[in-house]
Design a protein around this ligand. Structure first.
Ligand code: DC
Length: 229
């Protein structure tokens, strides 16, 4: 099948906007594939450190990105495994430290180019829910559904804090807020594929909404758009 006939729901937004959870729930509801593109940038960070590639060596990092051997597995109990070769690196991938390095690496144009093909390969029938920063604007510009999730910085820091606490990771809320502000700035101000809504994206502010409410709204947007196709 021509890729362009395979529908993509692009869900973009800043850290803590809820896009990861929403994308996961939507993909499982629709029975579609899921691309967590942030995890790919995080994996480049982990793989580079494993193979002693300097984190400011753009050419070296882009080679790591081009050669990523990754497999995502969702277990029945809801936990995830992320295999780099034969090793499950999910825990390292999800740390705040890896997120910070990923945000730096993601500003490098060669790394973004190197990950482009890999991201496009996730577009498989019956459809793809793609979560990231530039899914609707750069990677899948022809996606029929583009949603940009936002929430106030305070609410996003609070959500991230809870998420980490639930995993037994203790981080102070003010430190997390400062990290989120710094990451927002880097992600929105970088020269290539900066974090911003595609012109045809539907913007949804989730500050005062529960996850279930956001999922319901997103399902409605998807149903409406796909019915019009
Ligand atoms: O969503 P996340 O926190 O897992 O993403 C980690 C970093 O990767 C984020 O700070 C910016 C970068 N990223 C990106 O530049 N483009 C994407 N499509 C996804 C993530």
């Amino acid at each position: 099948m021509d890729d362009r006939n395979i529908a993509v729901v692009a869900i973009d937004g800043p850290s803590g906007s809820g896009k990861g959870t929403i994308a996961q729930q939507l993909a499982s509801y629709l029975g579609w594939h899921l691309l967590d593109s942030g995890a790919l940038y995080r994996l480049v960070a982990v793989a580079a450190q494993n193979s002693a590639v300097d984190l400011d060596n753009e050419a070296g990092l882009s080679r790591v990105a081009a050669g990523l051997d990754v497999r995502f597995v969702s277990k029945a109990d809801g936990t995830e495994q992320i295999f780099l070769g034969q090793t499950d690196v999910a825990c390292e991938v999800r740390t705040e430290e890896t997120g910070k390095i990923a945000s730096n690496i993601a500003a490098m144009p060669q790394v973004r180019v190197a990950l482009m093909e890999l991201q496009k390969r996730f577009r498989k029938a019956p459809g793809l829910v793609a979560d990231g920063r530039d899914m609707g604007s750069v990677v899948f510009p022809d996606a029929p559904v583009k949603i940009f999730l936002t929430a106030s910085p305070e609410e996003r820091a609070r959500r991230r804090h809870k998420q980490l606490k639930d995993k037994g990771i203790d981080v102070s809320l003010p430190a997390l807020s400062a990290d989120i502000a710094e990451r927002d700035l880097r992600d929105t101000e970088r020269a290539v594929a900066p974090l911003r809504p595609a012109p045809d994206a539907e913007i949804l502010d989730t500050t005062d909404l529960s996850i279930d409410e956001v999922v319901e709204q997103v399902k409605k947007i998807v149903a409406r758009t796909l019915a019009d196709r």
